[in-house]
Design a protein around this ligand. Sequence first.
Ligand SMILES: CC(C)(COP(=O)(O)OP(=O)(O)OC[C@H]1O[C@@H](n2cnc3c(N)ncnc32)[C@H](O)[C@@H]1OP(=O)(O)O)[C@@H](O)C(=O)NCCC(=O)NCCS
Length: 385
Amino acid sequence: MKVGIVGVGCSKFGARDCTLQELAFEAVSEALKDADLAQEDIDISVVGCVGTRSYELMPAVVVNEYCGFSGKGPLRVEAACATGSAAVYSAFSSIKAGIAEIAIAIGVEKMTEVDTATSAAIGGRAGNYLWEHHFYGTTFPAYYAMHATAHMAKFGTTEKQMALVAVKAHRNAAKNPKAHFQKEISVEEVLGSRVITYPLKLYDCSPISDGASAAILASEKAVKEHGMDAVWIESIGFSSDTSNMTMRESFVGLRASRLAAEMAYKGAKIIDPLNSLDFATVHDCFTIAEIMAYEDLGFCKKGKGGEFIEKGESDFGGKMPVNTFGGLKAKGHPLAATGIAMVYEIVKQLREEAGRLQVDLKHYRALSHNVGGTGHFAWVFIFGR
Ligand SMILES: CC(C)(COP(=O)(O)OP(=O)(O)OC[C@H]1O[C@@H](n2cnc3c(N)ncnc32)[C@H](O)[C@@H]1OP(=O)(O)O)[C@@H](O)C(=O)NCCC(=O)NCCS
């Protein structure tokens, strides 16, 4: 039995002056309208929220009540920055299990309720608190800086190549009205921006954003009954890794991403992603993360990610356009909203509704890649229409 996405919604990302539930409703109302469904048509609501930066400690209850899903929301899910994908997976699983015909996955995050220093301290506890943050004062930019320096040392990847990821992201986000940043930047501006954690500078980092997204999933039967237009979930791959970075095999890639991709490709019978997919959305929380993703997802060989961006292969018209909506880097990264915002982007593209950001479609298939923590969780979805 197939499961499809029949409606998507996404709030404007950025610093938002509203409550968590109001933010969620912005995405939910758009998704319901998009699917031409009402609250009573939904069997199960899954709320994804990391929640560590906001005052609402039991977000699922208030979000469900405000969005009209009281009584339909039995759970909240959390998988760090991959929470949105975990919510979609939970909704997908409930349909596959025959518990629901139509389910909604909601991802919502209010990150600007605390200041940057507090947010950095919380983020730095996302690995193994005792062995990392407590003793070494880790932060998220610091974790990814370790990936960047390892990649630079082993493969000669340059700060300029990383800067190109940011330039592409900002160029695309400038055309995306939902993006946190809608301003183009140059390589010189990236390289000249203030150092956050060497070699990562301000423009190598995703911002601290508020945002929400929602996806409505339906069984094949419900799609037919309601006469809905579906983007099908062809396969799902997932993996996870150790909490402690020192237990990892290497810092030049994410094993969880590689394993999740292998599983998703196997499920969708994909041997060569470049000749099977039209585009991809990948987890670029820092510019080095996008370069590692090209490699871990098999778009190029390990170590060649820097060249991949330099040759324009991840831009419009390249071998695999990546993050055409501006990525986490410039559209924004409200943790739990990110994975479902990727689904939003993919559905818009596959329906050819992406306007100025539309990619040319040949296969009508695309991939989303969502990472939680420093590869603590990884999800890869293959969608087709
Ligand atoms: C990089 C970071 C530390 C900057 O925060 P900050 O020093 O408090 O920056 P401010 O909020 O003071 O912003 C200063 C300016 O830079 C801009 N800015 C902030 N973060 C930015 C970013 N990541 N990219 C581009 N511009 C950014 C602001 O809009 C502001 O511009 P303005 O002066 O024109 O208004 C913060 O964005 C960060 O921690 N990012 C990483 C988030 C993270 O770890 N997420 C989880 C990843 S998995």
